[in-house]
Design a protein around this ligand. Structure first.
Ligand code: FAD
Length: 467
């Protein structure tokens, strides 16, 4: 009987334990991607980018003589029906630890079992399963450095090669057409602009890694905070949809470290931040929705407001912050240092609840990851585990002097700041919704709040919290 392979955010053939083990059974395989209610709830940009990932992966399967069957509906219903149509007695998938997906998967597993269909889940999304990393007392880690120390020398199995072929069933079940799902219609801005910046699929991801290892890695330790230089790997986009495995990147990092390459250790450490984020999301799912430290519930966060709207539109009048927000809009990603500054500005200078920023990133990032986004926001807000203290208020102007010393990053994304704006600065105006009424020839706005005034207001609120 055939096996159904339920693909989600593991859209790759290389180093995919689920694919490898299923191929080894020699049974016919029915790969499926399901647009279920959980997937429908994705933000605009992640949903749009997912459509590109699915399209590319379907082509990769076809090259192996297989197909990707597309179906829409609640996962249990779809899988049960597909099993009945194909005679499959087993379903496989790669595990994900996101709270809503976890409970969905448990329900699917139990429901399939009742129908006599064996469901089996596999590792593959992270280097370590979140429950495999334990403190000496058997608990989970709340602080990064001990987490890093406990995993950095652990053996990680070598990545698995892609299967040479996937056995097809005698008859293929019906499939939806991707275009009919309208994933691109969900996009909240000019998709054509963002499309210039994506690198879709396994081959593109592998090329990105190779390019990074070729040169920027040597500058990574010293230069990864420079927003005006292309020093980081940009692999977060591909990791999000599973177009490359963390294990493949990890082993490349280990080889580079063995060769004494500068930057390798730091790079491995950053990859472990992603592990740490998933570890925390698994052990404390509420990190994605509530202040991780309960004492922050009393903090006078402002709900969504007009200044936050200026922040979303890249029109705060604070150039480093606006460049960051426009980079997000134009490219679908944001430099890590810029995420810190834009996040600090929203939660401190604008005293706005971190969840307002988290939601905007969830809608706009093509590398949106529920774990890293939650941890990142709670970190900047000061409410999270191992967080930056709230009273450390980033000053965007001095940060800009350090991490964008010649202003190239700001000019790259803000047309109003340059007499001769480049393509990205102009394409911001192409990408924004018409209802925002923005044009490149308008004057750059005055700051919504003075830096000293915003800082003082944040610190005063913080002081009151301690009363
Ligand atoms: P590189 O510097 O090349 O790092 C390699 C890989 O390590 C990354 O691809 C990523 O998987 C991981 N990594 C690096 N830094 C971090 C970090 N701080 N936390 C977790 N993993 C990290 N990352 C996401 O992938 N998705 C998100 O939704 C996300 N939201 C964030 C929100 C805020 C407020 C902040 C402060 C950070 C957020 N990050 C998020 C983390 C980080 O900014 C990105 O992972 C990084 O910018 C990706 O660029 P890169 O691939 O070039 O990273």
């Amino acid at each position: 009987a055939p096996l159904i392979l339920w693909f989600r955010r593991d859209l790759r053939l290389t180093d995919n334990p689920m694919v490898r083990e299923a191929a080894a059974t020699g049974r016919p395989l029915v790969p499926v991607f399901i647009l279920d209610p959980e997937t429908e709830r994705l933000g605009a940009a992640p949903k749009w980018r997912l459509g590109l990932a699915v399209e590319s992966f379907a082509q990769a399967l076809e090259r192996l003589g297989s197909r990707l069957i597309l179906r829409r509906g609640p996962a249990l219903e779809v899988l049960g029906r597909l099993a009945a149509e194909t005679g499959a007695l087993g379903v496989r998938w790669s595990r994900l630890c996101e709270p809503g997906w976890r409970s969905r998967d448990e329900g699917v597993k139990a429901g399939l079992k009742r129908q006599g269909i064996a469901a089996e889940s596999h590792a593959g999304h992270t280097l370590f399963e979140p429950w495999e990393v334990r403190t000496g007392q058997g608990g989970f880690y709340r602080v990064f450095t001990p987490f890093w120390k406990s995993v950095k020398d652990r053996p990680v199995p070598a990545p698995l090669a892609a299967p040479a072929g996937l056995r097809a069933p005698t008859v293929w079940p019906r499939s939806d057409r991707l275009a009919d799902w309208g994933l691109a219609r969900a996009m909240n801005r000019g998709a054509a602009v963002v499309a210039r910046h994506v690198a879709v699929g396994e081959a593109a991801a592998a090329e990105r890694l190779a390019r990074f290892l070729d040169d920027p890695m040597d500058r990574y330790a010293a230069g990864r905070d420079r927003t005006d230089q292309a020093v980081t790997s940009r692999l977060s986009e591909n990791l999000t949809y599973g177009e490359i495995s963390a294990r493949t990147i990890w082993h490349a990092g280990l080889r580079a470290r063995a060769e004494g390459r500068a930057g390798a250790e730091k790079f491995l450490q950053e990859l472990v931040w992603r592990e740490f984020a998933w570890h925390l999301l698994y052990h404390t799912p509420e990190i994605a929705s509530r202040n991780w430290r309960g004492e922050w519930d009393a903090f006078p966060w402002r709900a969504d407001n007009a200044e936050a709207e200026r922040w979303r539109r890249g029109m705060t009048g604070e150039p480093f912050v606006d460049a960051a927000m426009r980079e997000l809009f134009v490219t679908g990603t944001m430099h890590n240092r810029a995420r810190l500054i834009a996040g600090s500005y929203l939660t401190k200078h604008l005293l706005t609840d971190w969840r307002v920023g988290q939601a905007w990133f969830e809608d706009c990032l093509i590398d949106w990851d529920p774990a890293s986004n939650a941890l990142g926001w709670q970190w900047v807000a000061g409410s999270g585990p191992d967080a930056s203290p709230y009273f450390r208020v980033f000053n965007p102007a001095t940060q800009a002097e350090k991490f964008d010393p010649d202003g190239a990053y700001r000019r790259r994304f803000i047309a109003e700041l340059s007499p001769d704006p480049g393509p990205e600065a102009l394409s911001f105006f192409e990408a924004v919704p018409r209802s925002w009424g923005l044009a490149p020839d308008q004057c750059y706005p005055r700051p919504v709040v003075g830096l000293a005034e915003g800082r003082a207001r944040a610190l005063a609120a913080y002081g009151r919290r301690d009363d």
